[in-house]
Design a protein around this ligand. Structure first.
Ligand code: ADP
Length: 586
């Protein structure tokens, strides 16, 4: 299948070819059309010229034939003959009367009786006043026994045609002539009805009569040009091409010509050219349109096909992607399930690890606590031995008493250690909040001394009991006070407050320090496992997380925030054991 651009190229090529073909056809059409239209127009013109020629020939012949015969008829009148024999005034008057009568009856312009020298013997209507030239063609023919013919002009613009025939006397010799003058204006009047130019030319080439006044009495050569095979006549100062037909009229020795302007032929050719060109153009445009339409259809069907293929591909891809996504989702869910269970497991482990870590911390603190009394005990014992060796009983007894005191102290510490080492009870009980706080402080006493931080404990209500586990709650409080001490280090603040109280159904332990407080961006994270801002080795980020879970196990809540007056405050909220038992605190 051709590509889109190849298709358009092919379309253009075809379009050029078709346009070229149409142009060629148009050119051929123009030539043939011009030929046909020209020929048709010419033949139509020739036909109308021919018709006019025939009609006018009849008219002319009819008119002239009558006048051609008239001299003979007039000459047969005895009154004419008498004048030739005896040209008396009386005979002339009688002949004149007869001639005028004949002229009036025939419509002739004038009829005159001539002597052979051309002088007028009897005048007719009075149009002819001058004698005729004796050597003229008219009288020469008469003298030769033929019918004389001649065109005659009368100033200013009257033209007549004269027929003359000889008259013989009693002895049979030629004695005179009768001349009949025909007014050519009559003829022109008849021709004026014709739209086509009509003219008669005599043997000398003079235009005797024409329905175009301009041409009358002109030599033919003056109005007629023969350039490049076209007959042109000059009319109103302008040379125009004419289609011409002529006919010789032997009886009159004239030539009758009928013309028709050739302009319609040129117009017809022009019209044919225009029509052929227009047809060519219409053809070309129609072809171009049809081809364009075809191209559009082909392009559209290709686009449709391409679109549907694209759509199919898209649907296929989407389906594949969805299947993959589904699979990925399933895997993700599986993964999450796995991660969830791993997390839970890890969390449990971490809690355990955290507990161990706390235990470790506590062991360190306790071993520190033990070392000091042990060292003191050793030194008191050594001293007692020395005093006994020197018999100084009293000093020896004092040192032994101090040893006993050290043992008491270690016993106290050991009790705490036992509390920590014991597995936390899962069963909850009523726990004295005060005892828990005191034990916690006791655990941390060495550090408190070291750091020179004063702990102020305030029990708002005495004997507050909470539903909890003693050791675990103590672990929580130790953790909170440890954090408070950590926060007090960089500031430095030398006070940590522990406040306990009862709020009806709930009891609380608040641990407040005067350190930097909790940064707002860390507020949501401090209870997350492993969230720590402390230096590596100093903080595990487990203390609060473990504490949170322990308090939650008690059915309570652990929360922390920055105090408006500086520092941080962490609050343990627990169910009140007294409220459960229905007894007021105190
Ligand atoms: P660790 O003490 O090991 O960092 P914790 O879970 O006990 O882990 O504490 C988490 C974090 O909470 C600390 O690193 C600290 O940023 C913040 N934090 C805890 N207590 C306080 C406090 N009293 N003042 C300011 N920040 C505290």
């Amino acid at each position: 299948m051709a590509s889109g651009s190849a298709l358009v190229r092919r379309y253009r090529r075809n379009l050029f070819a078709v346009t070229g073909l149409v142009a060629l056809l148009s050119a051929g059409g123009v030539a043939v059309g011009m030929q046909i239209a020209g020929a048709a127009a010419e033949s139509a013109l020739e036909q109308s010229v021919q018709e006019v020629l025939l009609v006018q020939e009849q008219v002319l012949n009819g008119l002239m034939e009558k006048f051609r015969l008239l001299p003979n008829l007039v000459g047969r009148n005895p009154k004419i003959f008498n004048v030739l024999e005896d040209p008396s005034e009386k005979n002339i008057a009688a002949a004149q009367l007869a001639i005028r009568h004949d002229a009036a009856m025939s419509g002739a312009l004038d009829i005159v009786l001539l002597r052979l020298d051309g002088s007028l013997l009897v005048r007719g209507t009075g149009v002819v006043t001058e004698p005729f030239e004796p050597t003229s063609r008219l009288l020469s023919a008469v003298r030769q026994g033929r019918l004389g013919r001649k065109a005659i002009q009368f100033p200013p613009n009257e033209r007549a045609y004269a027929f003359a025939s000889g008259l013989r006397d009693g002895g049979g010799s030629l004695a005179g002539a009768i001349a009949v003058l025909v007014d050519l204006a009559n003829l022109e009047q008849i021709w004026s009805l014709s739209r086509l130019p009509i003219l008669v030319v005599d043997q000398e080439g003079t235009i005797l009569a024409s329905n175009r006044a301009e041409w009358r009495t002109m030599p033919l050569e003056k109005v007629q040009n023969h350039t490049s095979g076209i007959t042109e006549y000059v009319f109103e100062g302008e040379a125009r091409a004419y289609v011409e037909m002529s006919r010789a009229l032997p009886g009159l020795e004239w030539e009758l010509r009928v013309l028709a302007e050739a302009a319609p032929i040129a117009r017809a050719r022009l019209g044919a050219t225009a029509v052929a060109l227009l047809a060519g153009l219409v053809l070309a445009v129609s072809f171009a349109y049809l081809m364009r339409r075809r191209l559009n259809l082909v392009q559209k069907s290709r686009t449709d096909k391409a679109n549907s293929l694209r759509l199919e591909r898209l649907v296929r891809d989407r389906t594949k992607a969805l299947t993959l996504t589904n699979k990925a989702l399933e895997q993700e869910v599986e993964h999450h399930k796995l991660t969830g269970s791993t997390l839970r497991k890890t969390q449990d482990e971490l809690i355990q690890t955290g507990k161990l870590a706390a235990l470790g911390q506590m062991s360190t603190a306790l071993s520190h606590e033990f070392n000091q009394p042990l060292a003191a005990t050793k030194s008191y014992a050594d001293n007692a031995i020395l005093f006994l060796e020197r018999n100084r009983q009293r000093e020896a007894a004092e040192n032994i008493r101090l040893i006993s005191k050290m043992a008491d102290r270690m016993a106290v510490i050991s009790r705490h250690l036992r509390n920590f080492g014991r597995k936390p009870k899962t069963r909850l009980s009523s726990v004295s909040v005060e005892a828990v706080v005191d034990d916690a402080i006791e655990v941390l006493s060495a550090r408190l001394r070291e750091q020179d931080v004063e702990i102020t404990v305030q029990h708002e209500v005495p004997g507050v009991l909470a539903i909890a586990g003693h050791v675990r709650l103590q672990q929580v409080v130790v953790n909170l006070i440890s954090n408070a001490l950590d926060a007090s280090e960089p500031v430095p603040a030398n006070s940590v407050q522990v406040i306990t109280g009862d709020a009806g159904k709930k009891v609380f332990i608040k641990v407040r320090d005067f350190g930097p407080g909790i940064a707002p961006e860390h507020l949501g994270q401090v209870f997350d496992p492993f969230f720590t801002t402390k230096d590596p080795g100093r903080g595990l980020g487990l203390g609060l997380s473990i504490s949170y879970n322990i308090v939650k196990d008690f059915g309570g809540q652990l929360s922390g925030q920055s105090h408006p007056d500086g520092g941080a405050v962490f609050t343990v909220e627990l169910e009140s054991a007294r409220a459960q038992e229905g007894q007021p605190a105190g």
